[in-house]
Design a protein around this ligand. Structure first.
Ligand code: HEM
Length: 382
């Protein structure tokens, strides 16, 4: 059924929403000019994510825990690591994260143009995550720089640059591990980083390389995405007065979380994840041989008209069940509770600390694939 396949579609340099909105009505799967098969419709993205035996996550030569694992190994690492991200484990951090958000908002000037992504989202994400993991405030500046460089490497799609940026993360984190390890190998300290160092998988402690991989995936998942999400949320508020008023009037936590999820569905900044086929399979009418590189395009799936109708219309309740912002299946995001908590306390602090948030006269700037959302969202606080 090769006639149903669009080939040579260029995603690089495009706004991931615009360049998939224009192909999704005709194709479920398209072949990019980089040779991977990009799945753009909701039904097929969902089916591939749920069929983790056929669509393997072992896509990288680098150690990626748990992202790059399949089957039983993946189950074992998730079982050991997910408890750190459970609602019960995160509950004590809620007031700490809220205090971080309030302290940041208190320092933000009113009446001046601020970029919601770099000056609010990225700064809050780094402070929140350092507090959560027990890292010193001296880490904040290098981490903000690392997040920006990591995005830049993603935008350029340059694997060597990507590897160099990952190595820089390792260099930042390794001293934090050494500082928590006594000469006899015992782990010192009572923070989350020390707790991760004590984790056992299948009866043994994780190696430093594994711990760094876990922390890199938590940091990459958290810092970059949270900064972009804050941009999407604030762009949503400054372009929808009724929504901003509704949130200012006070909504329940559950309603606030549902609105956050729905704003992210409409403009999902966590664009895609990769898979590789383990056997021949047909997806969306396209035959894929074993060993095919496949990209699951969450941003496109989350705007699929067949599921959501007009993708730009917000309907938090109706769209919640099909929302794929945090993925689906065995690799579904373990950080969802933390991400939602961080975004809720950031939004609440911004609303409580201001009388209004308006769009600045400067135009916002869209991000480009493989990053999504906005690169710059100029706002003015009152
Ligand atoms: C708004 C922010 C976030 C979004 C939109 C997001 C989205 C996602 C998505 C779509 C996946 C599925 C990946 C796949 O199927 O291959 C995923 C996986 C993952 N996320 Fe998140 N995430 C966010 C925040 C976080 C946070 C805060 C953490 C941890 C601190 C985190 C850690 C992870 C990890 C470790 C995985 C891999 C899980 C696995 O492979 O089993 N994420 N995330």
């Amino acid at each position: 059924m090769a006639d149903r396949l669009a080939e040579g579609i260029s995603f690089a340099g495009c706004d991931p929403r615009a360049c998939t909105d224009s192909v999704r009505h005709e194709h479920a799967v398209v072949r990019s000019d980089r040779g991977d098969y990009v799945v753009v419709r909701h039904a097929e993205v969902r089916a591939a994510a749920l069929d983790d035996e056929t669509f393997s996550s072992a896509v990288s030569a680098h150690l990626q825990i748990p992202n790059g694992l399949d089957g039983d190994a993946h189950t074992a690492y998730r079982a050991a690591l997910d408890p750190f991200l459970s609602p019960a484990a995160l509950a004590p951090f809620a007031p700490i994260l809220a205090a971080k958000a309030q302290a940041l908002v208190a320092t933000l000037p009113t009446g001046e143009v601020l970029d919601a992504v770099t000056q609010i989202g990225a700064v809050f994400a780094v402070r929140a995550q350092s507090a959560w993991l027990g890292w010193p405030s001296s880490m904040e500046e290098p981490l903000v720089a690392w997040v920006e460089d990591n995005h830049e490497a993603s935008r350029r799609g340059d694997r060597q640059e990507f590897a160099a940026v990952a190595a820089r993360f390792d260099a930042l984190i390794t001293p934090l591990l050494s500082a928590r390890r006594a000469a006899d190998g015992a782990v010192l300290g009572a923070d989350l980083t020390a707790d991760v160092m004590r984790v056992q998988v299948e009866g043994r402690r994780l190696s430093d390389e594994e711990i760094v991989s876990v922390l890199r995936n938590w940091t990459g998942g958290d810092l970059g995405s949270i900064a972009l999400c804050v941009g999407v949320l604030l762009r949503g508020l400054v372009t929808n007065d009724a929504l901003q008023r509704r949130l200012r009037d006070g909504v329940s936590e559950a309603e606030c979380d549902a609105i956050i999820d729905e704003l992210l569905r409409r403009d999902d900044p966590f664009v895609s994840n990769r898979r590789v086929t383990t056997c021949p399979v047909s997806l969306g009418g396209v035959d894929l041989p074993a060993g095919t590189r496949v990209t699951l395009h969450w941003t496109s799936a989350n705007r699929d008209e067949a599921v959501f109708g007009d993708p730009d219309v917000l309907d938090p309740q109706a769209n919640a069940e099909a929302n794929l912002v945090y993925g689906i299946g065995r690799h579904a995001c373990p950080g969802r509770t933390l991400a939602t908590l961080e975004l809720r306390v950031a939004l609440q602090a911004l609303l409580a600390g201001t009388t209004w948030i308006a769009a600045a006269d400067e135009e916002p700037l869209r991000e480009i694939y493989p990053v999504g959302g906005w690169a710059r969202v100029p706002v003015v606080l009152a």
